[in-house]
Design a protein around this ligand. Structure first.
Ligand SMILES: Cc1ncc(COP(=O)(O)O)c(C=O)c1O
Length: 452
């Protein structure tokens, strides 16, 4: 049975088609199942013409907003598609099939991305780009490169509760040892969830000794077999846990001391989310490999693992190749997105928005349905709690549904299904207008208050 909403005949019809033509597994569960016919800036529009403020940026993708005109024009120009006439025949545009060949747009994207990363504090090791067609694939390629370095180095350390994708090795480093069918090459280490479970706790000093001891024990057990350590700057899919900088720096030090490759998965953090262009700057670390995706193409699918050329050099011809990686359209979107970050004040806008989000969300903690809020920059999580007979999970799903339906004035908010069961993520485009953001956070408060 498909999800339906009142007064949405066109959307409901499409939801029914969805149920009969696609398996449920293609989506994660959400009570809104929004049908989005158009998007502009910080808003989506349903087929009925209803406007939804986007508090998700897709899934942390549209960092500079949906369909920015200047950005699109740049993408078309880079693809030589800006002057297609109305006639029949063929247009001389950039090729869409560059497999086993090279395009100028790809080389320009490499040059621009590497220059941008190397210019950041901590970006010194960003020497080469290994493009990928999804985030999972970027992770997989980064882990392959790490394992190819020296024979017999097959042990991967990953932070427990992380999310790096569902496929292949990316799935193997996601979650924890209690999940079924674990890959024996992956060993999990603790991520400080308790110490950063509230904004207040994150401000208190952290005792790193137990975390360090865990690493030392693994070193003792596996010695030189450990090839790499992979972590996220913050646990995103794991429920929005943003660690102390010292924790990240301790992981990096352990890697340096033991010649272990330090991989930072910035697929959802990159391009401004945490308040810096890349989270490695925010956390004061210098990774060997950084996984990029989502916001990097602002909606065009493009991902990459970027870093030390000696690591990629251990992989021979073809070991990292596939049909779509380094697709010219993806490369063009990266250049156009970099232009916006380098030539406009998007990061200042994001800093202002971050303050508004923090102030607004902290107020939510007064409500019976909300137990905590956590976040940084423009990526936050609202943890719901049980109310009456309703579990925390039910409350979170209901919050998403009610926000989609909107308040009495018809103001509605698009949210994604909860993370880790009960955490609703707030991650609007970095460019959301500040006045409108305040208005919609008021709507969110009103709706969350109604859950009690
Ligand atoms: C931190 C992180 N890594 C990896 C991935 C996987 O990316 P993809 O869904 O493109 O495979 C995601 C996706 O949400 C992510 O948030």
């Amino acid at each position: 049975m498909s999800i339906t909403h009142q007064n949405e005949p066109a959307s409901n019809e499409l939801r029914e088609t969805l149920t009969s033509t696609e398996p449920n597994c293609l989506r994660t569960m959400t009570t809104s199942m929004a049908v989005l016919s158009k998007s502009a800036g910080s808003y989506h529009f349903t087929p009925e013409g209803r406007k939804l403020a986007d508090f998700t940026s897709g899934v942390l993708v549209a960092n500079i907003g949906h369909n920015p005109k200047r950005w699109w024009k740049k993408v078309w120009k880079l693809m030589s598609l800006d002057d297609i006439d109305d006639g029949d025949g063929y247009h001389e545009g950039v090729t869409l099939t560059s497999y086993n060949a090279v395009t100028p747009v790809e080389m320009e994207a490499n040059r621009r991305l590497l220059a941008n990363m190397q210019a950041q504090p901590g970006g010194k090791r960003m020497e080469q780009v290994l493009w990928a067609a999804s985030g999972s694939e970027a992770i997989q390629k980064g882990l392959w490169a790490s394992m190819a370095r020296r024979e017999g180095q097959d042990i991967i350390l990953a932070t427990r509760g992380g999310f790096h994708g569902k496929k292949g090795l990316a799935g193997a480093v996601t979650g924890s040892e209690t999940d079924s069918e674990r890959d024996p090459r992956v060993r999990f280490i603790s991520f400080p969830k308790e110490e950063c479970s509230t904004l207040q706790k994150r401000k208190e000093p952290i005792d790193l000794a137990p975390y360090r001891a865990e690493l030392e024990a693994l070193k003792e057990e596996f010695g030189d077999r450990i090839c790499c350590l992979i972590t996220e700057p913050y646990l995103g899919g794991g429920g929005s846990y943003h660690p102390h900088k010292e924790y990240m720096q301790m992981l990096e030090s352990f890697c340096r001391e033991n010649d272990i490759i330090f991989i930072l998965d910035e697929i959802q953090a990159n391009f401004g989310r945490t308040g810096s262009m890349y989270a490695f700057t925010e956390y004061g670390v210098e990774p060997d490999l950084v996984a990029l995706g989502k916001g990097m193409g602002n909606g065009i699918p493009v991902d990459a693992i970027v870093g030390r050329s000696d690591l990629f050099g251990a992989m021979g011809y073809g070991a990292g190749s596939d049909t779509w990686s380094a697709h010219p359209l993806g490369c063009a979107s990266v250049i156009a997105t970099l232009d916006e970050f380098e030539q406009t004040d998007v990061m200042e806008q994001a800093a202002g928005l971050s303050k508004i989000i923090e102030e607004s969300l902290v107020r939510l903690c007064e409500l019976p349905a909300i137990s905590a809020v956590r976040g940084e920059g423009t990526v936050w999580g609202i943890e719901c709690t049980a109310v009456g007979e309703h579990s925390a999970e039910e409350v979170a799903h209901e919050l998403v549904r009610r926000c989609y339906v909107g308040n009495d004035e018809g103001k509605a908010i698009h949210l994604l299904g909860p993370l880790a069961g009960k955490v609703v993520r707030i991650a609007p485009p970095l460019t959301m207008d500040h006045g409108e953001a305040r208005d919609y956070f008021q709507v969110l408060h009103e709706i969350a208050a109604g859950l009690s």
